[in-house]
Design a protein around this ligand. Structure first.
Ligand SMILES: Nc1ncnc2c1ncn2[C@@H]1O[C@H](COP(=O)(O)OP(=O)(O)OP(=O)(O)O)[C@@H](O)[C@H]1O
Length: 282
């Protein structure tokens, strides 16, 4: 069953409202602000951010360290409540986490005491019930056939991240929120994971919001690269990646890729410098 014909799991929450093309997974960030510790140290992490992500779009989020990327993602995930403004998914204001908005972090959140298969089945078991054979087929797709009964500690870092991706896909999310998911992996494993992610995304057309510090990774994967300002974060620049898909790793050697990378880098350098000056100024 695809995400387009799956019923909503929780009858108490409004279901997704497909856009005019029948797609779901659109994100609207309207005038979003998030202040941590408003009565105390008052950290203005994000201020007046606007961004629309189309259903089934792949957007990469770049920006200097501490500019509020994870904060934005956690507001979309429903883990954090905005101080001001709102985040809508398919026209509905987000009020709480939902398995239809799956989140992957740099460090996997697999349960160490559960087998890989149990980890993958955990979400469906909690929300809609386990479909016979589905965990096996997702693990097979992730190249983890034969590791169903293994525990996370028995897997390499790359295999753990593939299991994490399998765990996310088992919930059939309309939106995949990925916070530097491959940044701890070695270069070769990272390349394999990027390819895997693109395969899954190109086939299932889920919306992806992908945080990274790696400009090449952002351009290789995304339809649009959104660059945030130094804190308080808001959108500084949006780069349309007009490079044909499917993209293979060799695309990084093309002139167009180089142009886009240089443009992204010059914007990021400017904001990284501002972030540094902020730090030095206390
Ligand atoms: N719970 C919190 N309490 C107070 N300040 C916080 C909290 N979480 C984050 N911050 C601050 O908010 C700002 C934005 O943090 P956030 O993690 O969203 O940035 P980021 O762009 O994801 O950073 P990085 O690229 O380093 O992961 C930072 O200055 C951070 O120190």
């Amino acid at each position: 069953m695809s995400k387009h014909d799956s019923p909503t799991d929780d009858p108490t929450t409004a279901g997704p409202t497909p856009d005019s093309t029948g797609k779901t997974g659109a994100i609207d960030i309207n005038d979003l602000s998030k202040i941590y510790d408003p009565e105390g140290e008052r950290v203005v992490a994000v201020e007046g951010m606007d961004l629309d992500v189309e259903a089934e779009e792949f957007v990469a989020l770049l920006g200097p360290s501490g500019c509020g990327k994870s904060t934005v993602m956690e507001c979309i995930a429903g883990y954090l409540e905005p101080t001001d403004g709102e985040v809508l998914v398919d026209g509905n204001t987000i009020s709480e986490p939902d398995p239809k908005r799956g989140v992957v972090f740099q460090e996997n959140r697999l349960f160490p005491w559960k087998t890989i298969k149990e980890n993958v089945e955990f979400g469906p078991r909690m929300h809609k019930g386990v479909e016979e054979g589905r965990a096996e087929s997702i693990l097979d797709e992730m190249g983890l056939d034969g590791f169903e009964a293994s525990y996370p500690s028995g897997l390499s870092g790359g295999m753990q991240q593939r299991a994490e991706l399998a765990r996310l896909l088992a919930n059939d999310p309309a939106i995949m929120l990925m916070d530097e998911p491959f940044s701890a992996l070695d270069a070769l494993t990272k390349e394999i994971m990027q390819k895997k992610l693109l395969e899954v995304w190109e086939r299932d057309n889920r919306t992806v919001l992908f945080i990274t510090h790696d400009v090449e990774e952002a351009i290789l994967l995304a339809d649009r690269v959104v660059i945030m300002t130094a804190r308080p974060g808001q959108v500084k620049d949006v780069i349309d990646v007009d490079i044909e898909r499917p993209r293979d790793p060799e695309v990084v050697t093309t002139d167009r890729f180089t142009e886009l990378r240089e443009r992204a880098l010059s914007v990021i350098r400017e904001e990284a410098q501002r972030a540094l000056e902020q730090e030095e100024g206390g």
